[in-house]
Design a protein around this ligand. Structure first.
Ligand code: PA5
Length: 447
């Protein structure tokens, strides 16, 4: 595999001399602490060797389940939220045809997502659409008790059973959840669904390389063996004992922490390829939930470029100088399209005739990076050789290990998310869930 390239030169030029050097030893020590499981959150380190623990048998089993769903369904709905859907969606959208659902001919079922919001219109429109579909469901929840997912699954299960009959529903509903706990596990066992276990020691946002991500990605028709192969290669390239200067993940973690220490509080992930939109959404959850705690943490934001240069470009170029930018670039597009000739040349663009559209995009990227650096925005660039499963697997693991190290450098436990509970408690109290009535009364008086 041509590897991922990390270029931090245009970020380090903003840092005081020795700022990154000062973090080298700490970064190496943080990586060693992950390996030795001596860091905070050490009961959630199952992701660290996940790629190399995925055997061909595991892949074959997931592919067999995917095949059943492919044969029996034209549409598969993934019910899940946060780490229980973002990784799958990121990979599926990155590898997919931008207009897949409008094509007359499709090789694999359309994969849709639900259980990641509680919007009545969304769910009503989805259930309406599904009335004419041969659909199946992948119900993904580590806790098995998440309200958004449970609500969507309740609707989907009922509809699937009514439309397709109980027996077929049993074959086309699959659960990915805890081994023992939670409603999703109880339902799966009671109904006899095929099910997969999310290991106890793998947190939701680190779970994309388990069946949480692998099953939906395989159903959508993408090569999960290549995805895992890419992740395995990155696991080896960032292994404990790798020198700081040889480990992309250690450098990424150190540079972003050095920038943070010098007042750069917001990291904006920028892509020049709309298919990467959900990669940024996945990355935002990974870093946001891992680092945003105890009053600390870089705020992860994202833009799709060049689209957002016409909306957020002004702010990035000229707004408060508390940001830095991480561009995820793809060296070689999968398709080829040349800029056409126009006899009238009214737009004055004939000088581009015969050049690849990607060449224009790359110059837009370079021009933007230079402009932002001139505007005082440190710039990190991550280049993928191609937008394929292998590169995405490597990128996923790179960000995961970078996140673990970065959180430890920041001085937080990167593997918990205590802040996520607050809204749930209020919501249950306001809805009058048994046991929460008293809090509900108090809350209602407040706003
Ligand atoms: O990273 C996490 O643990 C969370 O973001 C979860 O993925 C998210 O809250 C969904 O939880 P669950 O899979 O338990 O439904």
């Amino acid at each position: 595999m041509n590897s991922i390239i990390l270029d931090t030169t245009a970020a380090e030029q903003f840092l005081s001399a020795g700022a990154v050097d000062a973090l080298k030893e700490k970064a190496v020590a943080a990586r060693a602490a992950l390996e030795a499981a001596t860091c905070p959150g050490n009961d959630f380190l199952g992701w660290l060797h996940l790629p190399t623990s995925v055997t061909p048998d595991i892949i074959a089993d997931i592919q067999a389940t995917a095949k059943t769903l492919q044969e029996e369904c034209d549409t598969v709905v993934v019910a899940g939220i946060g780490g229980s859907y973002l990784g799958a969606r990121a990979v599926i959208e990155a590898l997919g045809d931008s207009f897949a659902w409008l094509r007359d001919k499709r090789d694999a079922p359309t994969v849709l997502f639900a259980g990641n919001n509680i919007a009545e219109d969304y769910l009503a429109e989805l259930t309406d659409l599904l009335r004419t579909r041969r659909f199946g469901v992948i119900n993904i929840s580590k806790s098995g008790t998440t309200t958004e997912t449970a609500l969507a699954f309740r609707l989907l299960k009922k509809q699937c059973e009514e439309q397709r009959g109980k027996d077929t529903a049993r074959r086309v509903i699959v659960a990915v959840t805890d081994a023992k706990r939670g409603a999703a596990r109880v339902t799966a066992d009671k109904e006899g669904y095929k099910s997969y276990v999310i290991p106890d020691n793998v947190g939701g946002r680190f779970s994309v390389l388990t069946p949480v991500g692998l099953l939906p990605i395989a159903v959508a028709g993408y090569d999960i063996a290549a995805l895992i192969d890419g992740a395995q290669q990155m696991e080896r390239a960032t292994a404990d004992g790798t020198a700081f200067d040889d480990s992309l993940a250690l450098r990424y973690a150190a540079v972003r922490n050095a920038l943070y220490a010098q007042g750069k509080k917001i990291e904006i992930m920028a892509n020049f390829q709309p298919k990467l939109h959900y990669v940024a959404e996945w990355w935002k959850q990974l870093y946001g939930e891992s680092e945003g705690k105890q009053g600390k943490g870089i705020f992860p934001a994202s833009v799709d470029l060049t689209t957002d240069l016409h909306s957020m470009g002004q702010w990035i170029q000229d707004g408060e100088r508390t940001i830095f930018e991480t561009v995820v670039s793809v060296a070689e597009p999968e398709k080829t399209l040349l800029f056409p000739h126009d006899d009238e040349n009214l737009d004055g663009l004939n000088f581009l005739e015969g050049r690849r559209v990607d060449q224009v995009n790359k110059m837009a990227e370079l021009g933007t990076r230079l402009a932002h650096v001139d505007g005082g925005v440190p710039n990190i660039r991550i280049t993928l050789p191609r937008l394929d499963a292998r590169s995405l697997g490597a990128l996923i693991y790179f960000f995961e290990v970078g996140c673990g190290v970065s959180g430890l450098l920041l001085g937080v436990n990167p593997f918990d998310q205590p802040g996520v509970e607050a809204y749930k408690k209020n919501m249950f109290a306001l809805l009058g869930k048994p046991g929460y009535e008293a809090e509900g009364e108090t809350l209602r008086k407040r706003l």
